[in-house]
Design a protein around this ligand. Structure first.
Ligand code: NAP
Length: 284
């Protein structure tokens, strides 16, 4: 479908973050808008932390349809919205906001859970009785654990350099649910042959000084028959992905996740699930 020319009727959707200008979200969302023929544009807004409240009210007053919220504003946006969905309430952070102009209210959502689950469903991942390893205990690890807990998995192992943060995730669940989570003091405590899914929620392997050539698992592990879920998308092929590919693992890369969580945000704003088929090639 042809995108309409920008006019006085064109609506706004935006990303609040700092940094935000490097983001791939405008490419994804403007492609979704074009393919669905919706008369709106998606832009990024980068500003200091202290300006978040005013920017948020500004977006609401100016009639934005909604927002994506990224680092470092996710937790603060949680406190600014008038209502929240169950997932963002449980996780304590919001990455998508929808404004309702008729009631002058805002609602917060967390689409990282949906993006994570859809990425696994796209690979026909068999949840039942699966053993999953989550590396890291920050924001993306928390939403990944939350997503897995919605499914019939057998065990979630969490390994993080700061063990207390992993314990905190575990302790946010009821006693019964907690039994499914095991915190690893050392990574060697788990037998890689037992694992069905390894999800890297750390920056190890990211295109940044000191971490780009690091591997978040042991080089001795054989990753055959494992599904590797890599959150990092810069670079698209991390050392973990290279190792997994060489050893016969299936791969979900950071762009799969980024596109799927974006599609869920789009659905919240416009009530249309966009076609994601041709998006990845726009980003590589
Ligand atoms: P975060 O909240 O800052 O958490 C980062 C985690 O990594 C923490 O548990 C931290 O450990 C650990 N970590 C940081 N540096 C480390 C190091 N040098 N060695 C070992 N562990 C280290 O970050 P996040 O939001 O979860 O994001 C994690 C990664 O996922 C980032 O690369 C981010 O870009 C990516 N991401 C991608 C998507 C996507 O759509 N593809 C979405 C979200 C995030 P401590 O607890 O000890 O500090």
């Amino acid at each position: 479908m042809q995108q309409k020319l920008i006019s006085s009727r064109t609506r706004l959707v935006g990303l609040f973050g700092n940094p935000a200008r490097h983001s791939l979200s405008p490419v994804i969302h403007n492609a979704f808008l074009k393919s669905t023929g919706i008369d709106a544009v998606y832009l990024t807004f980068e500003f200091p932390d202290k300006d978040l409240d005013e920017a948020f009210i500004g977006a609401k007053r100016l009639g934005f349809i909604g927002l994506n919220i990224t680092m470092p504003f996710k937790e603060n946006a949680y406190r600014l919205v008038d209502g929240k969905d169950a997932r963002s309430t449980a996780i304590g952070s919001v990455n998508t906001v929808k404004f309702n102009s008729s009631t002058d209210t805002s609602k917060g959502f967390n689409t990282d859970v949906d993006g994570f689950l859809r990425s696994l469903e796209d690979k026909n991942f068999n949840w039942d009785n699966s053993n999953c390893l989550i590396l890291g205990a920050g924001g993306s690890a928390k939403s990944s654990v939350f997503a897995l807990m919605e499914k019939n998995i057998k065990k979630i192992y969490i390994y993080n350099r700061t063990m207390e943060k992993a314990e905190k995730i575990k302790n946010s669940y009821s006693k019964e649910k907690r039994m499914k989570i095991e915190i690893l003091e050392r990574l060697e405590r788990v037998d890689p042959k037992k694992l069905d899914l390894i999800c890297n929620c750390t920056p190890l392997g990211m295109d940044a000084p000191g971490v780009s050539e690091l591997l978040p698992v042991s080089d001795q592990w054989n990753l055959k028959n494992v599904l590797i879920f890599e959150m990092i998308y810069k670079p698209l092929e991390t050392r973990l992905i290279r190792k997994g590919r060489n050893e016969g693992a299936s791969i979900i890369d950071g762009l799969d996740m980024l596109i799927n969580q974006a599609a869920s945000s789009f659905k919240i704003w416009f009530d249309i699930m966009p076609d994601i088929k041709n998006i990845k090639k726009l980003l590589i």
